[in-house]
Ligand binder design. Structure first.
Ligand code: CP3
Length: 340
């Protein structure tokens, strides 16, 4: 198989490992900023297939990454469920918060795939232009992470509003998670049918869940999505990224039904290699801040990641998204080091 990322997801091994970066299309690229300036709102960029396809392809052209990730956002799902989502400059996402169960009535029970149609069109456009050796990744947010933004209406340091909501009204949060499981599964199925080679489920806020809730709101919903997706697209390859899960990664790897596990930069590498990579391919886990810092510290950090994981199926990546301030020269330095 000539798509190296997809091959690793099927447990293949490559040396040097294939590489891509989470959030690789974004503000650290001048060519992204130039396109971004053409539209007033971030969602206009996401929902204009020609522009979204262009920014998806930009990092591939510049760096020759082994995977392209669809340019969209995890919050298009609440948007397609009828919640008002805006992206204020410099402030991140703002949603009309669902602070109680009554507020749930304002959102629809099913996603409007008409709203998401431009995303599927973006995938078709990218597919047409992409080198067949490059894996095209679709994605969604995991139900828990998306729910945290829907409930708080924004990002917060530890997503306390959603956790509080779950402690006060467990069944209410279950209801929202159920809606998001169905919405996410149907969204991923359509991405795969439009031409995505594999998909990633971003659970950025998995790590703030207490151990008793981790199974219920992180592992179980992910497992249900994986099962629903594979019932419509047999053999679909899924990467799960439960950021901050720590030792709960073991239960996640065993129970979430994913084909590969994304590792954040905080995880113990010996644990991750012995307990996770021994069973599933892994992806990660360079600290985005060491990429920003550069210098010999960057070389050392890249070497440590390679040393820990190149013995098994492995995709080189960051442990979270690339930061907007990251110098392009540091990305080039990193890739030279990875590619040897
Ligand atoms: O990886 C890629 O290159 C594809 C595009 C992508 C975006 N968001 C574009 C984006 C992906 C995969 C995401 C995922 C996403 N979005 C996550 C999960 C991964 C993570 O980073 O934790 C989350 C939590 C979101 C929600 C979101 N969208 C936040 C918190 C923000 C504001 C923070 C920021 O970086 O500005 C966004 C906006 C956003 N999504 C931007 C981009 C390029 C920046 C907005 C702009 O360019 O004006």
């Amino acid at each position: 198989m000539n798509k190296r990322v997809l091959d690793v997801l099927g447990r293949g091994r490559h040396s040097p490992p294939p590489a891509w970066l989470m959030r690789q299309a974004g503000r650290y690229l001048p060519e992204y900023r130039a396109v971004r300036e053409k539209v007033p709102n971030f969602l206009d960029l996401v929902f204009t297939p020609e522009l979204a396809a262009e920014v998806t392809l930009q990092p591939i052209r510049r760096f020759g990454f082994d995977a392209a990730i669809l340019f969209s956002d995890i919050l298009v799902v609440p948007h397609a469920l009828g919640q008002i989502v805006t992206f204020a400059a410099g402030e991140g996402p703002l949603l009309d918060p669902l602070d109680d169960r009554v507020a749930f009535e304002r959102i629809a029970g099913e996603v409007d795939h008409g709203v998401l149609a431009p995303v599927y069109e973006t995938i078709r456009l990218v597919k047409r232009e992409l080198d067949p050796a490059v894996t095209l990744l679709g994605f969604c947010g995991a139900p828990w992470t998306v729910a945290t933004y829907m409930i708080a209406g924004r990002g917060t340091p530890d997503q306390a509003p959603a956790r509080l909501f779950g402690y006060r009204d467990r069944v209410g949060l279950d209801t929202l998670i159920d809606v998001l499981v169905d919405a996410s599964a149907s969204y991923l199925v359509r991405q795969l049918k439009a031409g995505a080679d594999a998909v990633q489920i971003f659970d950025t806020w998995a790590g703030v869940l207490a151990p008793d809730e981790f199974g219920r709101w992180c592992i179980e919903p992910t497992r249900r999505i994986a099962e629903a997706v594979r019932s419509e697209v047999p053999g679909a390859k899924i990467i799960g990224f439960p950021r901050g899960a720590g030792t709960k990664l073991a239960a996640y790897a065993d129970g979430a039904g994913v084909d590969a596990v994304g590792l954040d930069w905080m995880v113990d590498r010996t644990f991750a290699s012995e307990r996770i990579q021994s069973r599933l391919p892994v992806q990660g886990n360079l600290d985005p801040l060491v990429l920003l810092a550069g210098g010999t510290g960057l070389d050392r950090a890249v070497d440590a990641v390679l040393e820990a994981f190149t013995g098994g199926p492995f995709i080189f990546n960051l442990g979270h998204g690339i930061l907007p301030e990251t110098p392009i020269a540091h990305v080039e330095q990193m890739l030279r080091r990875v590619r040897g």
